[in-house]
Write a protein that binds this ligand. Structure first.
Ligand SMILES: C=C(O[C@H]1C=CC=C(C(=O)O)[C@@H]1O)C(=O)O
Ligand SMILES: [Mg+2]
Length: 468
């Protein structure tokens, strides 16, 4: 088996090498193999042990697919502020146009797949906090493990240069063997110890909320989502595997992601899908309107019912439904939206939730759809541009990738993007975590403030912070 695979790898590499020499530019060679089942965290840990560089981790909200990428084969990065969705789509497509792909399975999220995101607002001045990430930041990994439908696949990507030596493939095969060997070892999980925790500028945030509510009387802006930050310091470098393990254990119904860039890691467990494309079908969700979980089953049900009938929360939610309907009608047909929201119950909070399904032409790129959807009023506001401008001017926080589209796109055009909420940026022995909430004309400052406190909880508990 190994020898046969060896021969197949060599043949593919030689094919790519001669194409690279003929065309005089780099050619992507990608090969998919089905492998024995591996623990996702063990594969993630093996990426570090094998010293391959930046990693990413992704699980869909119902665990339908787990993807872990290690090492970088190709970067799609840019700080340009316009046309960023088109920019990455164009560069990705031109790499794929000439790629040599050996994949005998017709399954999503295997073969060449990029992972990454777009910052929330490229016009917001970038601070030191997000210096490791670009406004457009996507990685094509060297090795990618995909767990789907009870099967496990390993995609190996190699960018072949015209002047590569023929024996380069031997080095890669040895590295790949080492990686799979290391993936048999489950990482030793250590608890991260918090030594300081501080909310950043809470009073200023409250003032901004009051200001926005006041301005809403003029009826120019109907909704603005305002977010804030809590900063944590740890006794040691934060162990990412430990944070992921906690999120996987505790945050069900969530997309769990980690996206490393140099020494930093953006990580979270978000309940909100921005858009998934599978063949011709698009799936998106409207998620806005929140209430805490009850202490008992009875109290929880009462709170849920209260949320389903609360005018202010229903309004907050409806803005999202209206905007998503409009965006989906532009890119799709047969847009299916239920009449009213249902409840989505998470460990720490419950939300109003409306799932949306639509059909689209296979050719429509996922990035073009993301461009239409981002930011939805679940993170931006209504009207979009005015709300984003208000956020840019009023928020002290540099959102970076918080609230932004994060996810993956495979070479067949299928992909899944979440809205990066309930998230944090880990930087060695420090972390920033983020939470915001939708401000509408009936918002009360103190209760919105309490809502952000609840929204900090998933990351606080995953990091070992104090829940206040
Ligand atoms: C902005 C956040 O949540 C959004 C998503 C769901 C409910 C929300 C709300 O009720 O305000 C927010 O729009 C956050 O978690 O940081
Ligand atoms: Mg809210």
């Amino acid at each position: 088996m190994f020898t046969l695979q060896h021969t197949e790898f060599k043949e593919g590499f030689i094919e790519a090498l001669s194409k690279a020499q003929r065309t005089n530019h780099d050619i992507l060679f990608s090969k998919v193999c089905e492998i024995d089942c591996i623990d996702p965290l063990a594969f993630f840990g093996a990426g570090k042990m094998t010293e391959l560089g930046d990693r990413f981790f992704w699980t869909g909200s119902d665990n339908e697919v787990v993807i872990i990428g290690v090492g970088i084969n190709y970067l799609f990065q840019s700080d340009q502020t316009t046309d960023r969705f088109f920019y990455v789509q164009k560069r990705w497509q031109s790499l794929l146009d000439e790629a040599i792909i050996h994949n005998s399975y017709s399954i999503d999220a295997i073969g060449p797949t990029i992972f990454g995101g777009f910052t929330f607002d490229p016009l917001k001045e970038k601070t030191e906090l997000w210096s490791q990430y670009k406004h457009t930041d996507f990685h094509l990994p060297q090795y990618m493990c995909t767990m789907t439908g009870g099967r496990t696949f390993l995609t190996t990507n190699m960018l072949v240069h015209p002047n590569d030596r023929e024996d380069r493939i031997e080095d890669m095969l040895e590295e790949r063997r080492q990686l799979l060997q290391n993936a048999k070892i489950f990482p030793t999980i250590k608890n991260n110890k918090v030594i300081a925790q501080q909310e950043v500028a809470p009073r200023e945030w409250k003032k901004a909320v009051a200001k926005v509510v006041d301005e809403m009387r003029n009826d120019v802006i109907q909704k603005v989502v305002l977010a804030r930050e809590t900063r944590l310091t740890f006794a040691n470098t934060v162990q990412i595997e430990s944070v992921l393990q906690n999120l996987l254990d505790k945050q069900k119904n969530s997309f769990i992601f980690a996206f490393e860039s140099g020494s930093d890691c953006f990580i979270g467990a978000t309940p909100e899908r921005l858009v998934k494309k599978q063949g011709h079908t698009l799936y998106t969700t409207c998620l806005a309107g929140s209430i805490k979980r009850g202490e008992t089953k009875e109290e929880d049900e009462v709170l849920g019912k209260e949320l389903l009938q609360d005018e202010k929360n229903l309004q907050e939610h409806q803005y999202v439904v209206d905007m998503i309907r409009q965006a989906m009608e532009m890119v799709g047909t047969e847009v299916d939206i239920p009449d009213g929201p249902q409840l989505l119950k998470l460990r720490d909070i419950q939300h109003l939730y409306t799932p949306v399904i639509a059909e689209t032409s296979k050719e429509g790129s996922l990035f073009a759809i993301i461009e239409k959807l981002h930011p939805t009023p679940a993170l931006g506001g209504v009207p979009t541009e005015k709300a984003v401008e208000a956020i840019r001017n009023l928020e002290i926080l540099d959102r970076g990738l918080y609230g932004s589209p994060i996810g993956w796109l495979d070479y067949q055009g299928n992909g899944d993007f979440a809205v990066a909420l309930r998230s944090g940026l880990i930087q060695d022995n420090e972390a920033s975590i983020f939470a915001g909430c939708g401000i509408v004309k009936d918002s009360e400052v103190e209760s919105e403030f309490q809502e952000t406190k609840i929204k900090f909880r998933p990351m606080l508990s995953a990091l070992g912070g104090e829940i206040k």
